[in-house]
Design a protein around this ligand. Structure first.
Ligand SMILES: *Cc1c(COP(=O)(O)O)cnc(C)c1O
Length: 397
């Protein structure tokens, strides 16, 4: 006999932790544009870039307005142009497809497996079939595939890997940080990710010419020497004339908001994973629920949790959303016919050509997701996990 949880969770699912007041000084200075600097002062954005580069262990870092912009800039900086095939995950977020579309590329989708990682056999098959030169690898919901095998496949076929690390900022595979495998990586500091500046993002790479092109694309005008983690000036010899200015600069206020958060990030990863473990353990007590297996080689950041109900019908999945919500638990479901809120699927985006991914669609049909903001206590997490189990029992005939 399972314990029945207290009947309703009353806390919000979208509440974040307060922002350290270090940003107040930036506000009071009034100098919010990244190049609005006095004398030789570095400025908040350049300092953040240097600090993130050091934390990430990359050679260069560029701060931008969002991770979606970073993805688009990365693709353009690599010279993706009209009609180029860009492989990406069968399940990812709209901004990933939008970046491919904006760069003029043609998205070809690679299937995912039951643990939400890229299906590497399908990847190898599609590289061969489409002669693809680019993979925009989206570590969806924070899950890393076998990065060693993925890089073997891509290196052997000379496929450039662009990592979408919006949800794996701070994660590792075999001890190596997510983002340090491909040629370039993009990170998000949007409110629901691992650092919160409202909107924002980073691009990191070891390639000096690439980051020079990305910097001009980000809207640096000819002020690129004022960046904090950029290449030597000669890397800009061509980029400064060739690349369009897309005005995607990060501003000083967001950088000031992010710098103290970066200092606390390792601690927050521990806090997220503690919450994730509490919910996962609770869900594993309910026999219909299948949780996502985390490989031992991965250090995950549990800022959200996913689970499957493989025996549920669409009607049961819909009922579960409603029953859970009545208990105060906000779940997302990937199987809905219509896009809703932040949740949509490759079928929802008419700018991507329709593709046949039956195995991926079967997985998405019974897949659920839930945010784990740090504003939840571990006790909240235990209660929420138990409430989900109650809801699953209620919906099961
Ligand atoms: C959030 C997210 C993005 C987009 O990030 P923004 O900073 O909001 O543009 C891209 N990819 C994945 C996997 C995400 O989770």
């Amino acid at each position: 006999m399972e314990a029945v949880a207290a009947r309703k969770y009353t806390g919000p699912f979208t509440q974040q932790e307060p922002i350290p007041d270090a940003a107040v000084a930036a506000l009071q200075s009034g100098r919010l544009h990244r190049y609005n600097l006095i004398g030789e002062e570095a400025g908040e954005v350049a300092q953040l870039e240097a600090e993130y580069r050091d934390w990430q262990g990359s050679s260069y870092c560029l701060a931008v307005t969002s991770s979606g912009q970073a993805l688009q800039i990365a693709l353009r900086a690599y010279g993706v142009s009209a009609g180029d095939t860009v492989l990406t995950n069968g399940s990812t977020l709209a901004p990933v497809h939008a970046a491919i579309k904006a760069a003029g590329g043609k998205a070809i989708l690679v299937g995912i497996d039951v643990n939400l990682r890229l299906d590497l056999d399908d990847l190898a098959a599609k590289i061969a079939r489409f002669g693809a030169r680019f993979l925009l690898l989206s570590h969806v919901r924070g899950h890393l595939c076998d990065m060693e095998r993925l890089m073997q496949i891509c290196d052997a076929t000379e496929v450039t890997v662009i990592e979408d690390c919006a949800r794996t900022l701070g994660a590792r595979w075999d001890g190596k940080r997510s983002g340090n495998f491909g040629k370039v990586a993009c990170f998000s500091t949007q409110t629901y990710k691992h650092m919160n500046s409202g909107e924002g993002g980073f691009l990191t790479t070891d390639d000096p010419e690439l980051v020079a092109r990305a910097t001009i694309l980000s809207g640096s005008y000819m002020l690129y020497a004022r960046h904090g983690a950029g290449p030597a000036e000669d890397a800009f010899d061509d980029a400064r004339y060739d690349m369009p200015n897309c005005s995607a600069r990060m501003d000083a206020l967001r950088a000031a908001i992010l710098r103290p958060q970066l200092a606390g990030l390792e601690q927050n990863i521990i806090r997220w994973n503690a919450r994730d473990t509490v919910v996962e353990k609770a869900l594993q007590r309910q026999r219909q629920i299948v949780t996502i297996t985390l490989p031992a080689r991965e250090v995950h950041v549990g800022s959200s949790i996913q689970f499957r109900l493989p025996d549920f019908t669409a009607a049961q999945c819909r009922a579960l959303l409603a029953v859970a919500l009545a208990r105060g638990v906000a779940l997302k479901w990937f199987g809905a016919a219509q896009p809703l809120g932040f949740t949509s699927s490759h079928h929802s985006w008419r700018y991507t050509a329709p593709q046949n991914l039956p195995a991926t669609d079967r997985i998405l049909a019974t897949l659920f997701d839930m945010r784990l903001p740090l504003s939840f206590s571990e006790a909240d997490c235990a209660q929420i996990g138990a409430l989900i189990c109650d809801a699953v029992r209620e919906v099961t005939p």
